[in-house]
Design a binder for this molecule. Structure first.
Ligand SMILES: Nc1ncnc2c1ncn2[C@@H]1O[C@H](COP(=O)(O)OP(=O)(O)O)[C@@H](O)[C@H]1O
Ligand SMILES: [Mg+2]
Length: 195
Protein backbone atom coordinates (compact mmCIF):
# COMPACT_ATOMS: atom_id res chain seq x y z
CA UNK A 1 0.00 0.00 0.00
CA UNK A 2 1.46 3.26 -1.09
CA UNK A 3 0.86 6.92 -0.53
CA UNK A 4 2.36 9.46 -2.88
CA UNK A 5 2.27 13.17 -2.04
CA UNK A 6 2.86 15.88 -4.63
CA UNK A 7 3.81 19.49 -3.95
CA UNK A 8 5.42 22.40 -5.72
CA UNK A 9 4.62 26.00 -6.46
CA UNK A 10 1.26 27.09 -7.81
CA UNK A 11 1.04 26.17 -11.51
CA UNK A 12 3.93 23.71 -11.38
CA UNK A 13 1.73 20.87 -12.63
CA UNK A 14 0.62 19.15 -9.41
CA UNK A 15 -3.04 18.62 -10.25
CA UNK A 16 -2.32 17.42 -13.78
CA UNK A 17 0.43 15.05 -12.63
CA UNK A 18 -1.75 13.66 -9.83
CA UNK A 19 -4.60 12.90 -12.24
CA UNK A 20 -2.32 11.30 -14.82
CA UNK A 21 -0.52 9.18 -12.23
CA UNK A 22 -3.82 8.25 -10.64
CA UNK A 23 -5.08 7.00 -13.98
CA UNK A 24 -1.82 5.20 -14.76
CA UNK A 25 -1.64 3.42 -11.38
CA UNK A 26 -5.38 3.14 -10.65
CA UNK A 27 -4.79 5.12 -7.43
CA UNK A 28 -7.33 7.52 -6.00
CA UNK A 29 -6.44 11.20 -5.95
CA UNK A 30 -7.04 13.72 -3.17
CA UNK A 31 -6.85 17.43 -3.96
CA UNK A 32 -6.11 18.88 -0.51
CA UNK A 33 -6.85 22.41 -1.73
CA UNK A 34 -10.50 21.45 -2.07
CA UNK A 35 -10.47 20.37 1.59
CA UNK A 36 -8.97 23.71 2.62
CA UNK A 37 -12.26 25.43 1.75
CA UNK A 38 -13.80 23.69 4.75
CA UNK A 39 -11.22 25.29 7.05
CA UNK A 40 -11.50 28.77 5.62
CA UNK A 41 -10.86 31.62 8.08
CA UNK A 42 -11.14 34.70 5.89
CA UNK A 43 -10.73 35.94 2.35
CA UNK A 44 -7.53 37.79 1.49
CA UNK A 45 -8.85 39.79 -1.40
CA UNK A 46 -5.65 41.61 -2.32
CA UNK A 47 -3.97 38.24 -2.92
CA UNK A 48 -7.03 36.62 -4.56
CA UNK A 49 -6.93 33.86 -1.96
CA UNK A 50 -8.12 32.89 1.51
CA UNK A 51 -6.57 32.01 4.84
CA UNK A 52 -7.45 28.66 6.33
CA UNK A 53 -6.63 26.68 9.45
CA UNK A 54 -3.83 24.43 8.20
CA UNK A 55 -3.28 22.80 11.60
CA UNK A 56 -6.92 21.79 11.91
CA UNK A 57 -6.96 20.42 8.37
CA UNK A 58 -3.78 18.42 9.00
CA UNK A 59 -5.06 17.11 12.35
CA UNK A 60 -8.14 15.67 10.71
CA UNK A 61 -6.41 14.38 7.61
CA UNK A 62 -3.45 12.83 9.45
CA UNK A 63 -5.85 11.08 11.81
CA UNK A 64 -7.43 9.42 8.77
CA UNK A 65 -4.00 8.44 7.46
CA UNK A 66 -3.07 7.02 10.87
CA UNK A 67 -6.23 4.96 10.84
CA UNK A 68 -5.02 3.42 7.59
CA UNK A 69 -7.35 5.28 5.24
CA UNK A 70 -6.24 6.62 1.85
CA UNK A 71 -3.94 3.80 0.77
CA UNK A 72 -2.86 3.63 -2.86
CA UNK A 73 -3.61 7.30 -3.00
CA UNK A 74 -2.03 10.38 -4.51
CA UNK A 75 -2.33 13.51 -2.40
CA UNK A 76 -1.65 16.80 -4.12
CA UNK A 77 -1.47 20.39 -2.89
CA UNK A 78 1.07 23.17 -2.50
CA UNK A 79 1.02 22.34 1.22
CA UNK A 80 1.26 18.54 1.14
CA UNK A 81 4.87 18.79 2.39
CA UNK A 82 3.36 19.54 5.82
CA UNK A 83 1.90 16.04 6.13
CA UNK A 84 3.97 14.04 8.61
CA UNK A 85 6.71 12.14 6.69
CA UNK A 86 5.91 8.85 8.43
CA UNK A 87 2.50 8.88 6.79
CA UNK A 88 3.82 9.32 3.25
CA UNK A 89 6.04 6.98 1.23
CA UNK A 90 7.31 9.51 -1.23
CA UNK A 91 6.84 13.24 -1.63
CA UNK A 92 7.36 14.57 -5.12
CA UNK A 93 8.26 18.24 -5.54
CA UNK A 94 7.70 19.62 -9.04
CA UNK A 95 9.89 22.42 -10.32
CA UNK A 96 8.88 24.47 -13.37
CA UNK A 97 10.48 27.20 -15.44
CA UNK A 98 9.76 30.69 -14.08
CA UNK A 99 8.72 32.03 -17.49
CA UNK A 100 6.16 29.27 -17.95
CA UNK A 101 4.86 29.81 -14.43
CA UNK A 102 4.48 33.53 -15.09
CA UNK A 103 2.49 32.76 -18.24
CA UNK A 104 0.28 30.40 -16.28
CA UNK A 105 -0.37 33.07 -13.62
CA UNK A 106 -1.28 35.60 -16.29
CA UNK A 107 -3.70 33.12 -17.85
CA UNK A 108 -5.23 32.64 -14.39
CA UNK A 109 -5.61 36.42 -14.06
CA UNK A 110 -3.47 36.75 -10.92
CA UNK A 111 -2.65 40.31 -9.86
CA UNK A 112 1.00 41.49 -9.92
CA UNK A 113 1.53 40.95 -6.17
CA UNK A 114 0.22 37.41 -6.33
CA UNK A 115 2.37 36.71 -9.38
CA UNK A 116 5.47 37.99 -7.63
CA UNK A 117 4.79 36.05 -4.43
CA UNK A 118 4.26 32.80 -6.30
CA UNK A 119 7.35 33.24 -8.47
CA UNK A 120 9.37 33.71 -5.28
CA UNK A 121 8.07 30.42 -3.92
CA UNK A 122 9.48 28.73 -7.02
CA UNK A 123 12.76 30.61 -7.21
CA UNK A 124 13.58 29.83 -3.58
CA UNK A 125 12.45 26.20 -4.04
CA UNK A 126 10.42 26.79 -0.92
CA UNK A 127 8.31 23.62 -0.95
CA UNK A 128 11.44 21.49 -1.02
CA UNK A 129 13.08 23.29 1.90
CA UNK A 130 9.86 23.14 3.86
CA UNK A 131 9.77 19.37 3.27
CA UNK A 132 13.30 19.05 4.66
CA UNK A 133 12.35 21.17 7.64
CA UNK A 134 9.31 19.03 8.35
CA UNK A 135 11.57 15.96 8.37
CA UNK A 136 11.43 14.41 4.91
CA UNK A 137 14.63 12.61 3.92
CA UNK A 138 16.19 14.03 0.79
CA UNK A 139 16.28 11.34 -1.88
CA UNK A 140 19.75 11.08 -3.33
CA UNK A 141 21.29 8.65 -5.80
CA UNK A 142 22.85 6.94 -2.79
CA UNK A 143 19.37 6.41 -1.31
CA UNK A 144 18.12 5.09 -4.65
CA UNK A 145 21.02 2.67 -4.96
CA UNK A 146 20.58 1.39 -1.44
CA UNK A 147 16.85 0.86 -1.77
CA UNK A 148 16.81 -0.73 -5.19
CA UNK A 149 19.59 -3.12 -4.27
CA UNK A 150 18.03 -4.09 -0.96
CA UNK A 151 14.55 -4.38 0.35
CA UNK A 152 11.25 -2.83 -0.37
CA UNK A 153 10.95 0.79 0.74
CA UNK A 154 7.20 0.94 0.92
CA UNK A 155 6.17 -2.38 2.27
CA UNK A 156 8.57 -3.10 5.12
CA UNK A 157 7.33 -1.31 8.19
CA UNK A 158 10.89 -1.27 9.53
CA UNK A 159 11.96 0.79 6.56
CA UNK A 160 11.92 4.53 6.63
CA UNK A 161 9.24 6.35 4.76
CA UNK A 162 9.06 10.00 3.93
CA UNK A 163 11.50 10.51 1.10
CA UNK A 164 11.39 13.71 -0.92
CA UNK A 165 12.49 13.83 -4.56
CA UNK A 166 12.41 16.79 -6.98
CA UNK A 167 11.42 16.54 -10.62
CA UNK A 168 11.72 19.17 -13.32
CA UNK A 169 8.54 19.68 -15.30
CA UNK A 170 10.46 21.08 -18.24
CA UNK A 171 9.25 18.88 -21.11
CA UNK A 172 5.84 17.37 -21.76
CA UNK A 173 3.52 16.16 -19.00
CA UNK A 174 3.95 12.65 -20.44
CA UNK A 175 7.68 13.02 -19.89
CA UNK A 176 7.15 14.01 -16.26
CA UNK A 177 4.78 11.10 -15.67
CA UNK A 178 7.34 8.73 -17.16
CA UNK A 179 10.16 10.09 -14.99
CA UNK A 180 8.08 9.73 -11.85
CA UNK A 181 6.93 6.19 -12.71
CA UNK A 182 10.52 5.16 -13.33
CA UNK A 183 11.52 6.52 -9.93
CA UNK A 184 8.63 4.78 -8.16
CA UNK A 185 9.66 1.50 -9.75
CA UNK A 186 13.27 1.99 -8.72
CA UNK A 187 12.11 2.53 -5.15
CA UNK A 188 10.08 -0.69 -5.35
CA UNK A 189 6.95 1.28 -4.55
CA UNK A 190 4.92 -0.26 -7.36
CA UNK A 191 3.74 -3.77 -7.86
CA UNK A 192 5.76 -5.16 -10.73
CA UNK A 193 3.61 -4.89 -13.83
CA UNK A 194 4.24 -6.23 -17.29
CA UNK A 195 5.64 -3.48 -19.44
N1 LIG B 1 4.75 19.89 -19.00
C1 LIG B 1 3.71 20.67 -19.32
N2 LIG B 1 3.52 21.04 -20.60
C2 LIG B 1 2.47 21.83 -20.94
N3 LIG B 1 1.55 22.29 -20.07
C3 LIG B 1 1.69 21.95 -18.80
C4 LIG B 1 2.76 21.12 -18.35
N4 LIG B 1 2.63 20.97 -17.02
C5 LIG B 1 1.54 21.65 -16.65
N5 LIG B 1 0.97 22.24 -17.71
C6 LIG B 1 -0.23 23.09 -17.72
O1 LIG B 1 -0.03 24.11 -16.75
C7 LIG B 1 -1.24 24.41 -16.10
C8 LIG B 1 -1.06 24.31 -14.61
O2 LIG B 1 -1.00 22.96 -14.23
P1 LIG B 1 -1.70 22.42 -12.93
O3 LIG B 1 -1.56 20.94 -12.95
O4 LIG B 1 -3.05 22.99 -12.79
O5 LIG B 1 -0.73 23.06 -11.82
P2 LIG B 1 -0.91 23.14 -10.23
O6 LIG B 1 -1.94 22.12 -9.83
O7 LIG B 1 0.46 22.83 -9.71
O8 LIG B 1 -1.31 24.54 -9.92
C9 LIG B 1 -2.30 23.48 -16.68
O9 LIG B 1 -2.99 24.15 -17.69
C10 LIG B 1 -1.48 22.35 -17.26
O10 LIG B 1 -2.12 21.75 -18.34
MG1 LIG C 1 -3.70 22.51 -8.72
Amino acid sequence: MVRIAISGSVGSGKTTLAKELGRELSFSVIHLNELAEKYKIEDVEELQTFDFDLDALLDTFEKELNEGLHQNTIIESHFSQYIHPELIDILIIINRDLKELKQEYEIRGYNPQKIQDNLEVESFNLCFYEAEEVGYTVGTSEVLGRVSSSQDLGHETANPRGFVFSFDNNKSMDNLVEKVLRRLKKLNLLEVKDE
